[in-house]
Design a protein around this ligand. Structure first.
Ligand code: NAP
Length: 338
């Protein structure tokens, strides 16, 4: 079996979960852990029992290594483009934490460099590996919902000083907006279930707290290329427990999280609940990073493009940017952005 060497860069909260995820797949081995501060990288190595890992503070030294084939980008959002482009130029496959970028020109440069290098990419919309997502996809595939004409996804996560990345993600420079910072998970889910790209976005924002340099709450409605419509909420101001709510309305059935009502079940009088693991925690230890890591390894092994590659995810990021433009200028915004 071929073993891939993995480098995890940006040793904060999420990094340890990526180390554990690649540890769990026998096709990969974590070779280096790097960060701005050596002490942070050493701490993640210790937490994950990787005393043998090479600790680095210089990404170019990591990317020069021949025993590294995959870079996992776990730095703050604004560093993802430079990290990804450097990895692609060094011929490394990339797993990029979300959001991949905060502006369209960076997104397009990253996409070009990744395509030119011929490396595989996955943007870490990790909820695609949550079991509820599999349940919903299975109901769509077996026709229980019919044609889904409307989808809603709400990302409700009260982020504040108690949250690890709060100091930088609360800023306009590094966090940028509610949707780009975190609600992009909801936009990605909308696109995953609708199986179409968004072509128009309208949005409103409000500051539901004074915690952010940008409005912490944003809601957007959108039209998809396939004619269906969607709604996404990104609420970082909430003071109640984390929620990720999903509603799909089809011409044969409706799905509200793990509850389904379908015309394909004659006599069904109320929603039936399908027991599963819900995406009901904002804690990274609850997120299905193992599925995501194995998926990237599958893509490399089979030479197939990921369903959540950088190229696929450009539309998700453009929706977030378009929502910010729409809210600021009070008008619908068409996609792709100019
Ligand atoms: N997919 C998901 O569900 C999910 C969940 C959580 C986070 N994330 C994403 O993962 C990324 C990191 O989030 P986090 O919560 O892990 O943040 P974090 O705890 O603040 O960690 C970020 C780390 O990046 C390092 N860093 C900062 N500037 C750097 C630089 N110039 N060069 C190299 N390293 C630098 C810092 O390390 P030092 O200590 O060395 O300064 C810091 O520990 C964000 O983009 C976030 O959106 C995604």
């Amino acid at each position: 079996m071929k073993q891939y060497g993995v480098a995890v860069h940006g040793a904060g909260w999420v990094a340890a979960e990526h180390v554990r995820a690649f540890d769990a797949d026998p096709r990969s081995q974590v070779i280096t852990i790097s960060s701005r501060r050596e002490s942070s990288a050493a701490r993640v190595a210790k937490m994950t029992n990787h005393s043998e890992a090479v600790i680095e503070t210089d990404l170019s030294r990591v990317l020069d290594r021949e025993d590294v084939q995959i870079l996992v980008v776990c730095t703050p959002h604004d560093l993802h483009p430079a990290n990804t482009i450097a990895a692609a130029r060094a011929g490394k496959h990339v797993l990029i934490e979300k959001p991949a970028a905060l502006d369209t020109s960076s997104l397009r440069r990253m996409r070009e460099e990744v395509a030119k290098a011929g490396v595989k990419s996955v943007v870490s919309f990790v909820l695609r590996w949550n079991p509820l997502f599999d349940v919903i996809k299975a109901q769509q595939a077996n026709g229980a919902l019919g044609h889904v004409y409307m989808t809603e996804v709400d990302y409700v996560h009260g982020v504040g000083p108690w949250y690890g990345q709060y100091e930088w993600c609360r800023t306009l420079a590094q966090g940028r907006s509610s949707f780009l910072n975190a609600g992009c998970h909801a936009v990605d889910a909308l696109r995953y279930f609708t199986e179409s790209d968004v072509v128009e976005v309208s949005a409103y924002t409000v500051a539901g707290s004074d915690r952010f340099e940008y409005p912490g709450t944003a809601v957007m409605i959108c039209k998809f290329e396939n004619g269906s419509i969607g709604k996404a909420l990104s609420n970082l101001d909430d003071r109640a427990p984390y929620k990720f709510r999903i509603s799909l309305y089809g011409d044969r059935g409706t799905m509200l999280d793990n509850r389904i009502h379908s015309q394909t079940v004659p006599g069904q009088t109320d929603y039936a609940e399908i027991p599963t693991i819900l995406p009901d925690s904002g804690d990274v230890s609850h997120h299905p990073f193992r599925g995501e890591a194995s998926h990237l390894l599958d893509c490399i092994d089979t030479n197939e493009e990921s369903h959540v590659s950088l190229g696929n995810s450009v539309n998700t990021h453009e929706v977030c940017i378009a929502a910010d433009i729409s809210a600021a200028e009070g008008r619908p915004v068409s996609l792709p952005l100019p």
